[in-house]
Design a protein around this ligand. Structure first.
Ligand code: 6R9
Length: 649
């Protein structure tokens, strides 16, 4: 990423977006100012688009020191009512809510209207109740990308149960850890998942997880029809248990601060954190950000390629678009099967208007050549979006020029699991774009860049990105460990939320995210703690110590480079390297598979015994000429051997 921005790098708002926009630059400026200066009035107005059983009279009540965050606290509502019933009640029951495009391009497309979604959500909600689920219970959802995944989330919200969705790529051990952490007695899964013609043994993975972390009951959706084992008294087929359940299920009135969901994400320490989001603020935040960032109009087809197991799927497949009454596409498959044109084939087939994906997918598809794109009629596209990691200007250009034909806006949306929804972005009709920059703060967002001493940097400059005011979609705590929430996010710079990202602000007030500054790496847009991978490696009986760092990877953004020392008497071998790779897959999942395993007799440490990660990072980056000061190392001679044995050449 270049350090200087010239106006030549700026891409103006396309004429198409200017004409139709719901928010011009003048409107953005005025609304942004009001969202800060008259915050309560601003958010009261935004919240009015939703149905409240009791309208809130208290709006923002928060402090970052000590940490306590509440929004709309005396209001009551139900997010499932707002995402589903509200539209049916308003006569929009025939509008298509979800379009399902299966993994197999010749498979059956499903279309669920808002009325269908209401019926299906009620059926699932009453089935969960029949199983024993009650308000406040935690329900683990481990599902493929099929409508029933979204329906299970909405059904939990309907009855006030707290969902904890686990990405379908996680291993049994990872599932068990998450079930245990939030003491979840209930699991919703499917027989199998399908991705790029490969099957994923979801039910078998759940069975293995429950050996370690028992649950009371498992609800199994039949998807591929595979033969799976069902444990008597514990496991229930959805199509059987749902027979004869009532067709009525009023939405539970939830307090705005009642928990809605827990979502686990990696931090710089070993154990993933269960971020807790509550109902009212999250509902308002996802509806408002979806509405303004994607500038959605009735009749349009919107497609976000994320998985519902990540926060992007929660906020921008399920809660944002459905609360806005949109038609959202859900895709079960992968971008490169049966061929590298699948995304574009799906866009053409369903006449997608708004397309939202990750830089890693863009880079992978860019490499396959423009032919896969140009052979499809993509004239329906009018807005493109990216999320998950910094996008390099070259990939941005390709996305804008080749996919968008240079005619449609690209929104590069920066946000996190912790923020609940989009925080920094351009708005399509308001802001000129700068390839590689996320853009400007969304309404109510006050970013601050601080230097190493925590001093705010005014105007243009680089440092660490903090947010100084609360916003409605902010996570409220780490489930069961508020102290960890305070320590992780509010103690580095007292009184400020610290994002963990480095950032530069240019002279136009545009933000350029430079990546994580903590021990978190971003592999294909998936957040991973290096400590998690290290813990998985040292579980192997032959491993003495492990240090894991990220390195730049052309497609994945970052790859995983592991340094491993063995216990005395053990010898490195290719077989052992493979065993260690499998060990990490088993503990975490395939997304954490190491790219490089570097056996070394010792790790570089300071005299006080601290691993010098800076040096390990440089060597993994193949940039060992500038290792900096190595004089504090206990054994400086080790470094030559590490350079000699480096694997990323
Ligand atoms: C939504 C999501 C959050 C981390 C975040 C940052 C990186 C996300 C980005 C971006 C640059 C963007 N990130 N969007 N970096 N530009 N547009 O991805 O949540 O999985 O919690 O990851 O991802 O480093 O801190 P999550």
């Amino acid at each position: 990423m270049s350090d200087t921005v010239t106006t030549a790098d700026t891409v103006p708002v396309p004429a198409s977006a200017k004409e139709r926009t719901g928010c011009t630059l003048e409107q953005y400026d005025a609304m942004y100012r009001r969202s800060i200066e008259a915050s309560d009035a601003f958010w009261t107005e935004q919240a009015r688009r939703l149905d409240w059983f009791r309208a809130p009279t208290t709006i923002a009540e928060w402090s970052f020191d000590p940490v306590s965050i509440k929004w709309f606290a005396d209001g009551t509502l139900n997010i499932c009512h707002n995402a589903v019933d509200r539209h049916v009640n308003a006569g929009r029951g025939d509008t298509v809510a979800l379009i399902f495009e299966p993994d197999d391009p010749d498979g059956a497309v499903r279309r669920l209207t808002y009325a269908d979604l209401q019926r299906e959500t009620i059926r699932m909600a009453n089935t969960l109740r029949k199983m024993g689920v009650a308000k406040g219970d935690r329900v683990t959802i481990y599902m493929p990308m099929i409508p029933e995944g979204a329906i299970a989330m909405l059904a939990c919200a309907r009855i006030g149960a707290v969902h904890s969705v686990i990405f379908g790529g996680f291993s049994p051990d990872a599932i068990a850890g998450r079930i245990e952490d939030c003491a979840s007695d209930w699991v919703v899964t499917a027989d199998e998942g399908l991705r790029g013609s490969k099957t994923i043994p979801l039910k078998a993975n759940v069975d293995a997880a429950l050996e370690k972390a028992p649950a009371k009951a498992v609800l199994v959706i039949r998807h591929t029809g595979a033969d799976v084992s069902m444990k008597d008294g514990r496991d229930h087929w959805y199509h059987e248990l749902s027979e004869g359940v009532s067709e009525e299920c009023p939405c539970e009135a939830m307090s705005a601060e009642d928990p809605l969901f827990i979502l686990y994400t990696s931090g710089s320490t070993g154990k993933p954190k269960g971020l807790l989001h509550t109902t009212g603020g999250y509902a308002v935040w996802t509806e408002t950000t979806f509405r303004y960032v994607f500038d959605y109009r009735p009749g349009e087809i919107y497609w976000c390629t994320a998985d519902i197991g990540w926060v992007t799927g929660h906020s921008y497949i399920v809660y944002g678009p459905l609360q806005a009454g949109a038609t959202a596409l859900m895709f079960e498959g992968v971008p490169n099967w049966p061929d590298h044109d699948r995304f574009w084939a799906v866009c053409a087939k369903h006449k997608v208007n708004i397309f939202y994906t990750a830089p890693t997918a863009i880079r992978a598809l860019m490499r396959e050549g423009a032919g896969h794109v140009t052979k499809h009629d993509l004239s329906s596209l009018r807005l493109l979006g990216t999320v998950g990691e910094p996008i390099n200007p070259e990939a941005w250009r390709w996305y804008h020029d080749t996919v968008g034909k240079g005619e449609v806006p690209v929104v590069d949306t920066w946000w996190q699991t912790e923020t609940g929804g989009i925080m920094i972005t351009t708005l399509p009709g308001a802001h000129p774009m700068k390839p590689g920059s996320a853009g400007r703060p969304f309404f109510g967002v006050c970013p601050e860049i601080v230097d190493a001493d925590g001093e705010p940097i005014e105007g243009a400059g680089s440092g660490n990105l903090c947010i100084t005011r609360s916003w409605p979609g902010q996570a409220r705590t780490v489930y069961g460990d508020h102290e960890r929430f305070v320590q992780t996010y509010f103690s580095t710079y007292a009184g400020k939320y610290f994002t963990g990202d480095g950032c530069r602000r240019d002279e136009d007030g545009y933000y350029w995210i430079t990546g994580r500054v903590d021990d978190v790496i971003n592999v294909s847009g998936h957040r991973m703690g290096t400590a998690e991978v290290e813990s998985a490696l040292v579980l192997h009986p032959k491993v003495a110590e492990a240090a894991v760092v990220g390195f730049p990877h052309d497609i994945k953004g970052q790859g995983i480079y592991c340094y491993v020392t063995l216990i005395a008497g053990e010898e490195p071998s290719d077989d052992l390297a493979e065993e260690l790779r499998q060990q990490v897959r088993k503990e975490i999942g395939p997304i954490a598979t190491p790219d490089h395993l570097h056996f070394t007799p010792a790790l570089p440490k300071t005299r006080s015994g601290k691993i010098m990660r800076r040096i390990l990072r440089k060597i993994a980056e193949n940039d060992y000429s500038s290792l900096g000061d190595t004089s504090t190392l206990a054994d400086p001679s080790l470094v030559d051997g590490l350079i000699e044995g480096r694997l990323n050449r």
